[in-house]
Design a protein around this ligand. Sequence first.
Ligand code: NAD
Length: 272
Amino acid sequence: MSYNLLKGKRGIIFGALDENSIAWKTAEKINEQGGTFVLTNAPIAMRMGKIKDLAEKTGSEIIPADATKVEDLENLVEKATEILGGKLDFVLHSIGMSVNVRKGNHYTDMNYDFTTKGWDVSAVSFHKTMQVLYKKDAMNEWGSIVALTYMAAQRVFPDYNDMADNKAYLESIARSFGYFFGKDKKVRVNTISQSPTPTTAGQGVKGFDGFIAYAEKMSPLGNATADECADYTLTLFSDLTKKVTLQNLFHDGGFSNMGVSQQVMEAFVEKE
Ligand SMILES: NC(=O)c1ccc[n+]([C@@H]2O[C@H](COP(=O)([O-])OP(=O)(O)OC[C@H]3O[C@@H](n4cnc5c(N)ncnc54)[C@H](O)[C@@H]3O)[C@@H](O)[C@H]2O)c1
C-alpha cells in the first residue's frame, strides 16, 4: 500500500543482486512509496544481469561501482546526483561478502588476505561510501543512511565466521561516522540487525538451514522476512524517524532478547 511516504526523496541503493536480495525488495517498496533512486552493484554482479529487470520495473538507472574503490564511489555519487536532479535523502548499504566463508575456511584457520578483503567489502566500504557522500556534501539535511547487519556482531554464531567481526566493525562505523554526519550535516546513520534471511549471501553461510529454523522457533514473532526488512527500512528513510541515529536496530521478531522459548525447550525434553 502506498502512503507516498518517500515522495520527492532521492537516493542510492547498493546490493540488489536478485529478487531475493533485501536491497531488491527495498527498491521495489521505495518505488511504491514515491521515492526515486539509482541502483548500484559491483561490476561482477552486473554481468549476472538481473539488476536490469529491477531497473526497468522501477524506472531507475544503474551505475556500477565496486564499493571498495573510492574512485568508483565518487563517480557513483556525482552521476547519481546528476541523474536524480539534486542531493540525496537516503542511502542503503546492503553489501556483505566473506572470502573465508566462500572458500570454506574455518574461523581458526583463516587466510588473512581473504579476511582483509571481506572486511573491506563488508565493513570499510560503508566508511568509504559515507566519506565520499560527506566530502561531496551530497546528502540533504535530515537525510538517512542505513546499513544491514547481523546479531553475530554481539553474540557467538560459530559458522558466521569472520563476518561476525566485519559486522561488529560495520556497526561501530555507523556510530562513529554517524556522529559527524549528525553534527555537521543533520544526517542520521543507523544499522538494521536483520533475522537470518534466505538470500545468496545468507545461504552462503554454513549451517544456514539450521540457524534460520532455530531463530524461527526462538522468536516470539518468528523471523523477519526480506519484505518486512524493506518496510522497516522505509520508516528509517521517511521523515517519521528524524531523530533516530547512531542506533543498531534489531529487526528480528524478538530473537535478540530471548533466552529460551517453549518450542526450543520442547526439542530437548525427553519423551516418556
Ligand atoms: N541474509 C541474511 O541472513 C542476512 C541477515 C542479516 C543481515 N544481512 C545483510 O544484508 C545485506 C544484504 O545481503 P542479502 O542477504 O540481501 O544478500 P545478497 O547476496 O542478495 O546481497 C549482497 C550484495 O553485496 C554485493 N556486493 C558484494 N561485493 C560487493 C562490492 N565489492 N561492491 C558492491 N557490492 C558488493 C553483492 O553483489 C550483493 O548484491 C548484507 O550486508 C548482509 O550481510 C543478511
